[in-house]
Design a protein around this ligand. Structure first.
Ligand code: GAL
Length: 686
């Protein structure tokens, strides 16, 4: 199912040898505060911290003036960490550069779309093609690598912080973009053709005419997004060059975020040794079951980027944030629950932002392990220490894998294309939400899901779901066809296969490259307004045994089956009676198409029937109450089962096999009680 894991270097083996626990530690903010550092190290040991992220925003302290470095404080920090048996996740400082650097070399600052150079402010405000900025990063990263290469505390490089795809419009970036376009198209006419540039007389005669500001040119804007993502990856490559050269044994990561920041993480993943990501769910604001399912999706996505390799939850708040519209206190138990959720989905550890609340600046009221008033008797610190204790109990889980029979295909380029597209219904951001909605149907049932994307093999999955795959390239369509022909089951939805990688409509009618696989042809597409909906009714005797009627919203495609069976038909509108859900036999497999967006109840019903028809097994066969998640992770000879209650009501689960309590080793009762926000970890020898 998955590409074979690469042999691990010794340091990667260390990374996968225990579950890590720690936080972003801004030691440099407390250099003049007597006693604070000593207190920090005492508390780190008390909280079971094993890996701290350090130096992330410390450039101004490391290089107080151009070419003048001060590593004294970092030496002391690294030595103290080693003394206290805590490892360092050492950052390169590019995310926030000193004011003197912007003043001396103004070209390092990013230029806005209107051509004005931005001010020095905030962070991540630099131009990524600036030769001076690259050189300054190279200088400081080289010094860091030389100095700490053999330091016993050094565990992992943390490169920069949360790169995003924000664009810079300076002459150097625009020139680099035109070079990128030239490499892709080679002739201006090929580019014109790819952009369908005769439309509105947009044909270019020279590369210099191209400016990435024209949102009416979807192909161009898509390329601009691709370019900015590639530019970030290129900048990252430049940043890590000295690290790779001087510390080839030290693994490298950079903290990813949810895929909303303009980066193609599927591509980026190839460049890092371990995926790490920052997760800030909005607990206790929406239905926590939905928040937990969404968080599960993102954990699985980050595990998916490197084909199933465990990832690192490298930032999450131990209590509140201060940048979301509203952030509520985590209810007692929630921190442990959310932490173990990450572990259940494949994390090698849990780290927080932040260790100690700062006295000033933008994040002084952001939650921390050590709050302004101190730590010793605080509820949050107590819960953090409990998490630390728990993580210390299961070192074998760090390398533990998960297995899934269901995959959801998620392609960020499709999201960009859909958000740019002008359709009869225009709503941005729906693609990701829809993938999460489909994912949630399995999450609720305790059926593990992998998130897959471009380049990830599909063999071995019983079911692959590709929602709203508007931009469907020929190679991906061919991969889906081969997967289905060989016996796999594919499920697609409305808005599938309209355009190719240039955002040009496929010839031959949609879903052209998958028409034969799905056995349908799309005739027209209807849409519904906010208070409008349609209805769907299963066809009597349909092969999945569907019997529920559905309310439809957003989209309703009118499709004509060529070879597909009609499983459900529209029951409203002028197209009543025409197919709304089809299933087609293709080779040894089957391909389903949901031509409209059904309500949750029908989606749940459809996937329940489909999973049953494919004999897809949940990790627990007895019913799972609303708000409870059951996940499994394999580790060596053992299988771990995580029962997690993301609700404020107690629940009971019936175990279908003889499990042991993973903490006590005692046999688990077959009726397993879960407190509100409660957690149980079970274990079984395979
Ligand atoms: C992250 C960022 C941290 C901190 C945190 C606050 O996105 O990497 O530096 O700002 O948010 O929640």
């Amino acid at each position: 199912m998955r590409p074979e894991a690469q042999p691990l270097t010794a340091n990667m083996t260390t990374l996968f040898s225990r579950l890590w626990h720690g936080a972003d530690y801004n030691y440099e903010q407390w250099l003049d505060a007597p006693g604070v550092h000593a207190e920090d190290f005492r508390l780190m040991n008390a909280a079971g911290c094993t890996a701290m992220s350090v130096g992330i925003f410390s450039w101004a302290k490391l290089e107080p003036a151009d070419g003048e470095y001060d590593f004294g404080w970092l030496d002391r920090l690294m030595d103290s960490l080693a003394e206290h048996r805590v490892r360092a996740i050492l950052a390169t400082p590019s995310a926030a550069h000193p004011a003197w650097l912007s003043r001396k070399y103004p070209e390092v600052l990013r230029t806005h779309r209107d051509g004005r150079r931005g001010p020095h402010r905030g962070r991540q405000n630099f131009c990524r093609t600036s030769p001076v900025f690259r050189q300054k990063c190279l200088d400081i990263n080289t010094r860091l690598a030389e100095r700490y290469a053999a330091h016993p505390a050094l565990l992992l490089w943390h490169v920069s912080n949360e790169y995003g795809g924000e664009a810079c419009y300076c002459p150097s970036c625009l020139e680099d973009f035109r070079r990128w376009l030239w490499e892709r198209y080679r002739t201006i006419d090929r580019l014109n053709d790819a952009y369908w540039a005769t439309f509105w007389s947009h044909r270019y005669t020279d590369w210099e005419e191209i400016e990435p500001v024209d949102i009416s040119m979807h192909g161009l804007m898509l390329d601009w997004q691709r370019y900015n993502s590639d530019q970030v990856i290129d900048f990252y490559r430049a940043e890590i060059a000295p690290l790779r050269e001087l510390t080839p044994e030290i693994p490298i990561t950079t903290n990813f975020m949810r895929p909303l920041v303009g980066l193609d993480y599927w591509k980026f993943a190839r460049e890092v040794d371990i995926i790490s990501w920052d997760s800030y769910p909005e607990w206790h604001i929406h239905d926590d079951a939905d928040t937990a399912a969404m968080t599960g999706f993102y954990h699985d996505l980050h595990r998916g980027y490197k084909g199933g390799q465990p990832f690192y939850l490298i930032e999450t708040s131990p209590s509140v944030t201060n940048w979301q519209a509203l952030s509520r206190l985590k209810r007692p138990g929630l921190l442990k629950l959310a932490s173990m959720q990450a572990i259940a989905h494949g994390s090698v550890g849990v780290n927080y932002f932040q260790w100690r609340q700062s006295r000033g600046g933008e994040e002084k009221f952001h939650g921390a392990v050590v709050a302004h008033r101190g730590a010793d008797s605080s509820r949050v610190f107590g819960e953090v220490a409990e998490v630390g204790g728990l993580l210390g109990r299961f070192p074998e889980l760090s390398a533990g894998r998960r297995t899934a029979e269901v995959a959801i295909y998620f392609d960020i380029e499709n999201q960009w294309a859909l958000d740019l597209a002008r359709l009869p219904r225009n709503a941005t951001g729906e693609y990701q939400q829809t993938c999460i909605q489909h994912y949630t149907q399995f999450w609720r049932r305790g059926i593990p899901v992998d998130i897959v994307g471009p380049g990830i093999p599909l063999e071995g999955y019983r079911l692959v779901i590709a929602p709203m795959l508007y931009m469907l390239t020929e190679p991906v369509a061919a991969q889906f066809a081969a997967y289905t022909a060989a016996g796999g089951t594919l499920a697609t939805t409305y808005l599938t296969g309209l355009v190719d990688e240039s955002d040009l409509v496929h010839r031959g009618g949609y879903p052209a490259p998958l028409g034969d696989v799905l056995g349908i042809a799309l005739r027209e597409m209807d849409t519904f307004g906010v208070h409008q909906s349609g209805t769907l009714a299963p066809v009597a005797g349909n092969s999945l045994g569907l019997h529920l009627h559905a309310r439809l919203e957003h989209y309703a495609e009118i499709v004509a089956p060529t070879t597909a069976e009609v499983l459900a038909a529209y029951a409203s509108e002028f197209y009543a009676g025409s197919p709304a859900l089809t299933g087609n036999v293709y080779g040894q497999g089957r391909a389903y198409h949901l031509a409209a967006r059904p309500d949750e109840a029908f989606l749940d019903h459809f996937y329940q029937k489909l999973a049953a028809s494919l004999a897809i097994r949940p990790v627990l066969s007895s019913p799972i109450p609303h708000g409870v998640s059951v996940q499994a992770r394999e580790a060596g000879s053992a299988r771990f089962l995580f029962l997690m209650n993301f609700s404020d009501s107690p629940h009971s689960l019936t175990l279908d096999a003889a499990w042991q309590d993973a903490l006590t080793g005692a046999p688990a009762p077959s009726a397993c009680q879960l407190e509100p926000w409660g957690l149980r970890i079970l274990r079984m020898e395979k």
